[in-house]
Design a protein around this ligand. Structure first.
Ligand code: UT7
Length: 320
């Protein structure tokens, strides 16, 4: 039982689906612009009561069922999120309680869109240190709460959702390696400057601010680098990868990354059209969609990668 495998996946979306056309009735934009520049056709937006922990718990239940274990079997729960229900306690503690269990380790990770990969890598390292049989790693965000709906340069890009995986100890290889990076000197390129302080929001903005073009260039560069790092660490060539599952930010970023790596388009899992950018949820959500539609099969080699605010970026090479 020296290996750590993904034994179940799950995901959850809010009920309300908003198309580009619907958005263009209230925002100065068009379906054509959004589709051409981003590949996004629609996104799901959380309604009252559909908090990050609610979506995370729904995704978790599905992942547990797929793994064939119960919540009481979990030794570790990690939720990657930038949009917790509360300042504290952590969303992971809320999910644990909603699952009706107690006693396991539970904490949140904040690495924005790279959060799921940070969570996966952290769980993997915890498990390798011993004492943990099953871990739940969730990426969940309701970024719609941080959007200025008058700012067309950001509000059309994001959606809400959650994705979850169960990790279990196994005799068969699963996560081969994971690679994480950050560079805080780019903090201002993509951020929500505001915070809660002295009983009110601070005077800094509570909305997402983004230098879109700089983010685009940075993303294409580091995604290529960190994917190559994973390939090199495992002595794999790109031809040995069955699927690239990248953070679903913008179809042009996904396809540029694949092109730079020399991977054909038909080996890239693409869900950005249906979900928009769901931040920490995007990679596990795309993985779950691909598992359930039969694209991703047992034994295949997956290259997961993401980049996000911080700046943070990472990759993981996984045998599914
Ligand atoms: O997890 C990471 C999150 N962030 C990202 O992934 C963002 C990465 N960046 C991008 O995806 C792209 O830079 C954007 C999609 C944000 C923007 O695409 P772009 O091709 O870089 O467009 P641009 O910023 O150069 O803007 C082109 C034009 C501008 O008008 P002018 O100055 O040429 O007249 C914008 O004002 O498009 C205008 N524009 C829009 N028009 C209609 C910007 N947003 C919109 C919009 N609808 N929603």
């Amino acid at each position: 039982m020296n290996h750590i495998r993904i034994t179940g996946t799950g995901s959850a979306l809010p009920v309300r689906c908003v198309t580009n056309l619907e958005l263009s009735k209230t925002v100065d934009t068009s379906d054509e612009w959004i589709r051409e520049r981003t590949g996004i056709r629609q996104r799901y937006l959380a309604s009252e009561g559909e908090t990050t922990s609610v979506l995370a718990t729904r995704a978790a239940r599905i992942a547990l069922e797929a793994a064939g274990i119960e919540a009481k079997d979990l030794d570790l729960i990690i939720v990657a999120t930038t949009t917790p229900d509360m300042v504290f306690p952590s969303t992971a503690c809320l999910v644990q309680a909603a699952l009706g269990v107690s006693g396991s380790i539970a904490f949140d990770i904040q690495a924005v869109c790279t959060g799921f990969l940070y969570g996966l890598a952290t769980a993997e390292r915890f498990m390798r240190a011993g004492g943990i049989r099953h871990a739940l790693v969730i990426g969940a965000d309701t970024l719609s709460n941080l959007l200025d709906w008058n700012d067309r340069t950001t509000c059309v890009l994001f959606g809400d959702g959650a994705g979850a995986v169960v990790l279990s100890r196994s005799d068969h290889p699963g996560i081969l390696s994971s690679h994480l990076h950050a560079d805080g000197s780019h903090a201002g390129m993509l951020c929500v400057p505001g915070n809660v302080s002295k009983g009110a929001m601070s005077t800094a903005s509570p909305f997402i601010h983004m230098d879109g073009q700089s983010v685009f260039k940075f993303a294409v560069k580091v995604l290529d680098e960190v994917c190559r790092e994973a390939l090199t660490a495992n002595h794999f060539s790109i031809d040995e990868i069955d699927w690239l599952i990248p953070h679903q930010a913008n179809i042009r970023i996904l396809l540029s990354t694949a092109r730079k790596l020399g991977l054909p388009e038909n080996k890239v899992i693409i869900t950005v059209g249906e979900h928009g950018n769901t931040s920490a949820a995007s990679v596990p959500l795309a993985l779950d969609v691909a598992v359930r539609n039969g694209s991703v099969q047992a034994g295949q080699r997956l290259l997961l990668t993401a980049v996000g605010g911080g700046f943070t970026w990472g990759s993981a090479l996984v045998i599914f």
